[in-house]
Design a protein around this ligand. Structure first.
Ligand SMILES: [Zn+2]
Ligand SMILES: [Zn+2]
Length: 413
C-alpha cells in the first residue's frame, strides 16, 4: 500500500512539473549511415546523412541536458544561482528555451587555399580576417548544446563574458541559443554516459572530445581520441593541427582531420608560450575549412532552420527504391574502411567489386542474389587476403541486371 502511494506520488510529480531533461531522458537518433564518430560520441541529437552523402545533418532542440540556473524557475532542470568566483554574475532574464535547429557538417571538408594564420586570426575580434568565424553559432557540442564563436559581442572580450557562464561554462544571451564558447564538463558527461571515460573534470578526461564545428573542425581537449597527449609542437596559433583521428580501439574516426586542442588551464589574454598570439581557451577563431554551402561567405556556418540538403531517406527492408543507384562511398578519402551504399529496385543477381587503376580486381564485395532495397557495404582495405592494399585511387563497380555503375575512391595512408 505504501509503495503504491509512492508510485502514484512520483507519477503525479512528473505530471505536475514535467520530467527533467537529462542524458537519460533526451532523445538520440543517430543514423547508421553517418560516420562512426557521430554514432560513438553524440547524445541528445538527431544525425542523418544528406541525400548526396556530402553532409551530416545534426538536429537539436536547444536544451541543455543537465541542471542550470539558466533554466527558468519551476523547470525541473532549474537550480538556484550561486557565485562561482569574483565578478561572477547571472545574466538577467536569460533562459534556456527550446529552439529547433540544424547544422550541416561536411563529411569531407575542404581546406581553404592559402590559409595563413596571423595575428588577426587570434585577436579576439570578429570580422578582421576572411577566415574568421561569424558571430553566432559555429557548431555543436556532443550533448547537443550550441557552440558559439570564440568571441563575446563586440567590443567585449570573451574573458569578460566568462563571468556570466554557469557551472557548465555555458549561457544564453539576448534570446539566442544557450551556448558554449569553450571546454565544458557537459560533453564529457556524454562520454561518461556512454562508458568511454570515468572522469568528467575538464582537462582530466581519459579522452576529451567536445564537439564539432559546422565546417568540420573537431574540438578536443588536451587528450586525443586514443587517450594520448597531443604533440604541442605541431600546433598552430589556433591550437590546431592535422592528423588521423584514431580512437582508443584503433578505429579511424577521421583521416587527416584538422582539429583543435584546448589545453589551457587559465583564462588568459597573455602570450605565455611566446608564439606571438594571446592564448584562447575557446573554440578556434578561424575556419580552417571552407564553410559549407557558401564558399568564402560565412552565413551558412550557423544554426539553420533547414539543412543544406535534405536527409537521405531512412530506408528499411520493406522499402523498394524506384531505380538502381550507386552512391559515393564515405568517408572518402578513407583509411582503412569506407562504406558503399546502393539501391536495388529489383531482386536479382548483383556484383559489387573493387578494381585498381590497371583494372585489376582487388576484391569482390558482393556476388550473388540480392533482394531489392537499400544496401550498405563496408570495405576494409587492410585485411584483403592478409595483405595491405597500397594507397591510391580505386574504382568500385556494381552490376545488377542491366544496371552498371562505376565510381572512384581514394585510399590515403
Ligand atoms: Zn556567449
Ligand atoms: Zn591532435
Amino acid at each position: 500500500m505504501k509503495k503504491h502511494i509512492i508510485i502514484i506520488g512520483s507519477i503525479l510529480l512528473n505530471v505536475l512539473f514535467g520530467q527533467a531533461y537529462t542524458l537519460e531522458s533526451c532523445e538520440t537518433n543517430i543514423s547508421g549511415n553517418t560516420p562512426e564518430f557521430f554514432q560513438k560520441y553524440f547524445q541528445c541529437v538527431d544525425a542523418s546523412l544528406s541525400e548526396s552523402g556530402n553532409y551530416i545533418n545534426l538536429y537539436f532542440n536547444g536544451l541543455a541536458p543537465y541542471e542550470s540556473w539558466y533554466y527558468p524557475n519551476g523547470d525541473p532542470n532549474h537550480i538556484d544561482w550561486y557565485s562561482q568566483g569574483q565578478g561572477s554574475f547571472l545574466i538577467p532574464n536569460a533562459y534556456i528555451t527550446e529552439v529547433n535547429y540544424v547544422v550541416s557538417i561536411p563529411v569531407n571538408p575542404e581546406a581553404r587555399p592559402n590559409l595563413s594564420i596571423d595575428g588577426d586570426a587570434v585577436d579576439g575580434e570578429v570580422g578582421t580576417s576572411n577566415f574568421e568565424y561569424p558571430m553566432g553559432s559555429v557548431g555543436s557540442a556532443l550533448n547537443g548544446v550550441n557552440m558559439f564563436n570564440p568571441c563575446a559581442s563586440p567590443p567585449d572580450v570573451i574573458e569578460d563574458e566568462a563571468a556570466s557562464f554557469d557551472l557548465y561554462n555555458g549561457h544564453p544571451a539576448g534570446g539566442e541559443l544557450y551556448h558554449y564558447h569553450t571546454t565544458s564538463p557537459g560533453p564529457l558527461e556524454v562520454l561518461q554516459h556512454k562508458g568511454l571515460i570515468q572522469t568528467t573534470t575538464v582537462g582530466s578526461g581519459e579522452i576529451e572530445v567536445y564537439g564539432i564545428m559546422c565546417d568540420g573542425v573537431v574540438v578536443l581537449g588536451c587528450t586525443e581520441l586514443d587517450g594520448s597527449t597531443p604533440n604541442s609542437s605541431d600546433w598552430d596559433a589556433q591550437n590546431g593541427h592535422v592528423h588521423d583521428m584514431v580512437d582508443e580501439e584503433g578505429t579511424t574516426m577521421f583521416t587527416n582531420r584538422y582539429h583543435t586542442h584546448i589545453c589551457y588551464d587559465d583564462i588568459t589574454e597573455d602570450d605565455t608560450d611566446g608564439n606571438g598570439f594571446q592564448e584562447h581557451e575557446f573554440t578556434p577563431e578561424i575556419s580552417y575549412y571552407k564553410t559549407p554551402g557558401m564558399g568564402q561567405s560565412f552565413e551558412r556556418c550557423n544554426s539553420m532552420t533547414s539543412p543544406i540538403e535534405n536527409d537521405m531517406l531512412a530506408l528499411d527492408d520493406e522499402f523498394i527504391p524506384i531505380e538502381f543507384s550507386l552512391y559515393q562511398n564515405y568517408p572518402n578519402p578513407f583509411n582503412p574502411t569506407t562504406n558503399i551504399d546502393f539501391d536495388l529496385s529489383q531482386n536479382g543477381q548483383v556484383e559489387l567489386a573493387i578494381f585498381d587503376l590497371m583494372g585489376k580486381r582487388i576484391r569482390t564485395l558482393v556476388y550473388g542474389y540480392e533482394k531489392a532495397g537499400y544496401k550498405s557495404i563496408t570495405w576494409d582495405a587492410t585485411n584483403d587476403f592478409g595483405q595491405s592494399v597500397s594507397a591510391g585511387m580505386y574504382f568500385y563497380r556494381i552490376s545488377a541486371g542491366d544496371f552498371h555503375s562505376v565510381k572512384k575512391m581514394v585510399l590515403l595512408k
